[in-house]
Design a protein around this ligand. Sequence first.
Ligand SMILES: [Fe+2]
Length: 186
Amino acid sequence: MTFEVFADADALVEFLTGAASVPSEEGLAMSELDHALQTAYELARVRPDDVELQIAGLVHDVGHSFGSGDEHARLGAHAVRRLLGERVAALVEAHVAAKRYLVTVDPDYGTKLSEGSVASLEMQGGALDAAEVERCDATPWWPAALELRRADDAAKEPGRAVPGLDHWIGSIETLAAKHPRLVQPL
Ligand SMILES: [Fe+2]
């Protein structure tokens, strides 16, 4: 698929609907939509009041359709920024850096990663250096980025029953309404 910027909530929902027939990036017996829905559900459980974070979880891997490796996080963020706002985009972009951060600061974390995540870690730059860790710690929304990462890691369970895409459409529309697009000139 060529690179995309979602113009409205319908375009994003249509894209996510299509992800039901896209196999998991990691080769698990589940679709990209299953992984997205499980991530959003995990976040709803641990952060029930943070709808932006839940929706960031839902869309965190849309960039898999536009690029690979750490580039997918940046392209995914770019695709959703105009529609869902800066914080959601920042959380999407940070989900790879958050893995690198957790590997660096939490010795246990690396042992629990899926095979796919371990395989991609090196390609994504591996552990962070001290200055990078400090920069992350100074970022106000960094704790939310770590929550998203942990939800992402937990959202790899084929066959798990979680709320479907319909459950999230209202939240997508509410967020989109908060970030009205510029009116296109005629
Ligand atoms: Fe993911």
